[in-house]
Design a protein around this ligand. Structure first.
Ligand SMILES: Cc1ncc(COP(=O)(O)O)c(C=O)c1O
Length: 349
């Protein structure tokens, strides 16, 4: 195997997908996989088999799943102007991130797709800042939306759905909080809507996720609003524990704690680690004291390219292979085409 390499463990992915197939069988939810977390064709072919469709944000992402002919929801913080109408034609549902985006594009898109608005419910959830969209620019702050809705219902004549993405590794109780928020604030509006998209971020495949509680909350809500089509668009839960990053020990420098140089670097291979400020898990190592402590570092020329201090079960040697665990969601994709965004070109003036 080449090194470094991201390893996709198909059997583990199939296990997670089987769980989503079970959820699909037990609920009348439409399950969309959110492409941004991992979009390699080898994984998408398997995911497409188990999911009703995809959630994506632009033409680059659409091109990756077009062949499957499945449902598409589109959402992005801001649409590329020259793409938005085509994307509307390719999407079953489409949500806008702000009132300015909605006002700018809704008329052009309304005849092609079902229009929605992403709402920021401002939930108080205990989750990491880097992925806490409740404290972000993502979605129209719900109070703003409610105010504008009261003042000018005509603006929203074509609005058919609301989109929430408020969670980051959350359990069924966070989902209950969102349902409470929706029932407390939008009852008058819900009656005239066709769909709600609850976003991603629920830890469906975690051993601790209370599926029974989740189903109960969902079913109670559905009984009250049977006319609404409900969507979830998970990503990290689909990829939980399905892959590793394999790296090689290039050098071991003697120091108070020996310094290991690997053939990867934070900025080239682990951008999500950099932004999340978390220490990735390494197979055969932990944070508990052992006889083999090492400082694990990268191959770049940046002094701060330090992945962290680990205690290994065994002594390391040159050429050893190191496996970083749970490395598929949001890691591999940041080397290539995160969110399907266009790369910057170089103009020489
Ligand atoms: C709008 C939206 N939906 C769904 C997801 C998937 O979230 P997760 O990977 O936490 O399930 C994301 C992730 O950033 C997102 O931005």
């Amino acid at each position: 195997m080449n090194s470094p390499t991201f390893i996709l463990e198909q059997k583990k992915l199939q296990e997670n997908l089987a769980h989503f197939e079970y959820l699909a069988k037990e609920t009348s939810i439409i399950w969309l996989y959110t492409l941004k977390a991992f979009d390699a064709p080898e994984g998408l072919a398997l995911i497409a088999h188990s999911f009703d469709g995809f959630s994506l944000g632009n033409a680059n992402e659409y091109a990756k799943v077009k062949e499957y002919g499945k449902k598409v929801h589109s959402y992005t913080p801001a649409y590329y102007e020259e793409e938005v109408e085509t994307l509307a034609k390719q999407s079953n549902t489409m949500s806008f991130n702000s009132l300015t985006q909605y006002r700018r594009y809704a008329k052009r898109c309304q005849e092609h797709t079902s229009l929605g608005l992403r709402i920021n419910p401002k939930l108080m959830l205990n989750q990491p800042d880097y992925c806490n969209s409740n404290r972000s620019r993502l979605g129209v702050p719900y109070q703003n939306f409610l105010d504008v809705y009261q003042e000018d219902k005509e603006v929203f004549e074509r609005l058919e759905g609301l989109h929430f993405h408020a969670f980051c590794y959350q359990d069924s109780h966070a989902f209950e909080d969102l349902i409470t928020h929706i029932e407390d604030n939008y009852t008058a509006i819900l009656k005239r809507l066709k769909w709600l998209n609850f976003g991603g971020g629920l830890d469906f495949t975690s051993k601790t996720f209370d599926t029974v509680h989740f189903m109960k909350v969902l079913q109670t809500f559905q009984q009250k609003y049977p006319q609404l089509t409900l969507y979830f668009e998970p990503a990290s839960a689909v990829l939980k524990d399905v892959g590793q990053l394999e790296a090689t020990v290039m050098d071991i420098i003697s120091d108070t704690i020996p310094i290991v140089i690997l053939n990867i670097s934070i900025e080239s291979h682990l951008l999500d680690i950099a932004i999340a400020h978390v220490q990735p898990t390494i197979k055969g190592a932990s944070r508990f004291k052992s006889d083999y402590p090492y400082q694990i570092t990268g191959l770049s020329c940046i002094a701060g390219d330090v992945i962290g201090s680990y205690y290994f079960n065994e002594k390391l040697s040159l050429g050893d292979t190191i496996y970083f665990e749970d490395m598929l969601a949001y890691t591999w994709v940041k080397q290539t085409s995160f969110n399907g965004l266009r790369k910057a070109t170089l103009s020489v003036l």
